[in-house]
Design a protein around this ligand. Sequence first.
Ligand code: 2P0
Length: 321
Amino acid sequence: IPHKNPVKTGFGIAPVNIALSKYWGKRDVALNLPTNSSLSISLPGLGTQTHLTWLPTLGQDAISLNGQRLSSEHKFAKRLSAFLDFFRPNLAGHFQVITHNSVPTAAGLASSASGYAALVLALNDAFEWQLSLQQLSLLARLGSGSASRSLFPGFARWHKGKQDNGMDSYAEALPESWPEFCVGLLEIDIQEKPLGSTAGMQKTVETCEIYQAWPEKAEKDVNIIQKAIQNKDLTTLGETAENNALTMHATMISTWPPILYWQAESVAAMHQIWALRNQGHSVYFTMDAGPNLKLLFLETEKPALLQAFPNLKVIQPFKVI
Ligand code: 2P0
C-alpha cells in the first residue's frame, strides 16, 4: 500500500453480520487468523458509517462514536488507533474518525465487524487505494476477525487460510440470493458484555479441554450450510447453525473461568423456540458472544413468530424494500 498523505475525507458504510457457522479461536492472535472458516449473513440497514480524515498536524487520533468524542484512553479508541498504526503515512499527523453505529455497541450484535469493515472502506476511499473487496476483507480482518465478512451483502464465507502470513485468510461473497430468508433479532439485554470476544476466545483456546473438537466440526458445518443455502434447505441450515452455535457455547462454558453469555431469559427463549418447533414451526436460533438470540426462519413463519415474540425485529436480507 503506497504511503502518501490522503487528500480527502474518506467514507465507508458496512453492515453487521451474523455467523451461521461461527469463528471462535485464533491460530495467530496478532494477525487475527482463525482456527476455522466461518459463514455469515449480513443484515442490511444495521451497521456502521464512518468518515475518516488525515490531518497533517501533530496530535492524537480524534475518534468520535455516535456523536461522542472518545478519550484516547477509551478501549475502543486505543484498539482503533492501534489498527490505524498500520496505515499512517507519517508520524507528523493524525486521523480524525467520525463513526456512527446503528446497533448497540458491544452487545453481541457484532458492532466491531461492521466498524472495522466501514473503517477500511473509509481508508480505501481517503487514500484512493482502489483495492478489491477481497483485499479490503483481509485488511478488515486485521482489525477484527468477523469484520472480514462485513464487506459483503448477503452470505459470506471467511476462508481460514493456510498461510502463516494470513494472505489467504479473507472472506468472499456467496452468489446465492434467498428472498424468503429471515433473521429475527430477539434482544434480551443490550448492556455491554462483561467479557469481549477477543479475550473470551483466547481463554477458550487456552483452557477448554474439549476445544480440539471445535475446528473440525466448524469446518464441516461451513460446508453443510453452504450447500443448504445452494439448495434453499432451511431445515438443514437451521439445524446446523443452531447446533454450531450451541457447540461454540459449550466450549465457552467449559472454559476456566467459565464463560456463560446466556441469561435466564435467553434460556427461556430457547425453550420457547423448541416448543414452537414441536408444534411444526420451522424456526431455529443462533447466539453470539452475548445473551441475545437471532432467529432463522422463512417469511411464511413471520406472523407466528411475531405473535410469539412481539419485540422481534425481523430482517429479510435479500428482500428489496
Ligand atoms: C462470529 N464472534 O463468528 C463469532 C461468534 C462472536 C461469537 O466473531 O478478536 O469481534 O476482533 O477477531 O471478530 C466476535 O469476534 O473478535 C465473533 P476479534 P470478533 O461472529
